[in-house]
Design a protein around this ligand. Structure first.
Ligand SMILES: Cc1cc2nc3c(=O)[nH]c(=O)nc-3n(C[C@H](O)[C@H](O)[C@H](O)COP(=O)(O)OP(=O)(O)OC[C@H]3O[C@@H](n4cnc5c(N)ncnc54)[C@H](O)[C@@H]3O)c2cc1C
Length: 392
């Protein structure tokens, strides 16, 4: 896919400032040189090399929002947002982004936010260094949207918890060295009976039962895991016993924001590629972009993408300022994921038959974008949350 420089005269928009734009250029250079050229190969291989975590760590990208004391860069979520957006914009692979971001943005934050100092040394420090890879395990074969109904049990026996159950659809599930895992620690489970334990792949009874084949995100691994009498030392409990629901909720805000930000980057890429193609491809004696029907479609795509970007940046601003913008984040997630999917499909249509061919990367964008309205909380769940914040 040919990507031209942003055609839209992008102004720096709050909450970002000039310092973030510098980082944006650095990330774009790295991703364009060291990720984008390999994406086709990694998609075909159904994984990207583990070495990529090390390389990103070396450049500081895995620890942007974590303190220097743990090997991070001492930045904020805004730096991470730049990384996430530019990875999607310059990389063009939902799978690579998912594999890297599941580690940095959904598995490591609970350890940073809820872990003890000793736990941070065990998992956060090697995680930021790209030496240990993490995954977050909440979803189960019988419980997705209804998070509180998970059935995996952790029963206290002396100094350990004995864990039995299964997780599915876990990003990085196959290669993860540690799993931040939601378990039932009371008979009833539910909101007041869930705890998080950090499970490690070498623990007896911990098994990767399957690597799942999926529609898109091919270069990320998505695993099914099973636990049979896994003895997890009590010191691996993250946060308070039975306080896991708080951790789930805290994590969702950033996960949904980063999915929104990733979609913003993906939409930019698609629009740039579509403009370039529409100027280059000729039919009936002129570039197709000179047909009003095509020009208007692209104008609509740009309008929708800008609305989605403004909404997302505003939710990000509120989050960064320390508010709890559950409504704004849910609106961003709902809006961006559907918009990105629609834009990917329109881009494919404008690319005609070439859009349907693998080499242009557009068909991959459509497949990758289809996950957005499902992962990290479905569209329907976003609407439930938004409705509830309105007293409905
Ligand atoms: C590629 C991929 C990667 C993933 N990575 C991870 C991961 O790393 N860690 C992890 O824990 N999970 C992960 N997930 C799981 C993901 O979060 C769930 O798939 C998602 O939350 C939906 O759950 P479900 O698939 O069980 O669907 P279900 O909850 O069974 O929902 C099925 C349908 O019913 C609808 N529905 C459910 N409840 C309601 C309601 N109250 N009102 C209206 N409609 C409703 C849903 O919106 C959906 O359309 C991943 C999923 C995929 C596909």
């Amino acid at each position: 896919m040919t990507v031209v420089k942003d055609s839209g005269g992008r102004a720096v928009m709050p909450p970002f400032g000039p310092e973030h734009e510098e980082l944006r250029e650095t990330v774009a250079r790295f991703v364009s040189a060291e990720i984008a050229p390999h994406v086709d190969e990694w998609e075909a291989a159904r994984e990207f090399p583990r070495e990529l975590y090390r390389r990103c760590a070396e450049l500081g990208f895995l620890g942007l929002k974590f303190p220097e004391a743990y090997g991070g860069q001492g930045g904020t979520h805004l730096h991470d947002a730049v990384w996430v957006e530019e990875l999607a914009h310059s990389g063009g692979s939902g799978g690579v982004a998912a594999g890297l971001n599941a580690h940095t943005s959904i598995a490591m934050p609970p350890i940073f936010n809820f872990g003890t100092e000793e736990q941070k040394q065990r998992w956060l420090v090697p995680g930021i260094a790209g030496e240990k890879i993490g995954a977050l395990g909440i979803t189960e074969p019988g419980a997705g949207s209804d998070v509180a109904s998970i059935a995996t049990t952790a029963k206290r026996q002396g100094d350990a918890y004995v864990v039995n159950g299964a997780k599915t659809f876990i990003t990085n599930g196959v290669r993860a060295d540690f799993l931040v895992c939601a378990c039932k620690t009371t008979e009833e489970g539910g909101h007041g009976g869930i705890s998080f334990l950090v499970l490690e792949r070498e623990m007896p009874g911990y098994e990767v039962s399957r690597k799942l084949e999926k529609m898109g995100w091919h270069s990320s691994d998505t695993g099914e895991l099973s636990f049979t009498d896994v003895e997890v030392p009590a010191e691996n409990l993250l946060g308070e016993e039975n306080g896991g629901f708080k951790l789930i909720m805290a994590n969702f805000a950033w996960e949904r924001l980063l999915m929104s930000i990733g979609a913003v980057g993906a939409m930019r890429r698609l629009i740039e590629a579509t403009v370039a193609y529409a100027l280059d491809r000729e039919a009936f004696g002129r570039p197709i972009g000179k047909f009003q029907a095509i020009r208007h479609q692209i104008a609509e795509m740009a309008t929708e993408a800008e609305v989605a970007r403004a909404q997302t940046y505003d939710a990000l601003r509120l989050f960064h300022e320390g508010h709890d913008p559950i409504r704004e984040v849910s609106i961003s997630k709902l809006l961006t994921q559907r918009t990105a999917l629609r834009i990917a499909d329109r881009s494919l249509q404008i690319h005609g038959g070439y859009g349907y061919m693998r080499e242009y990367g557009i068909e991959r964008a459509v497949r990758d974008a289809r996950l957005g309205p499902i992962g990290g909380g479905t569209d329907e769940i976003m609407k439930e949350i938004i409705g509830k914040t309105m007293g409905l």
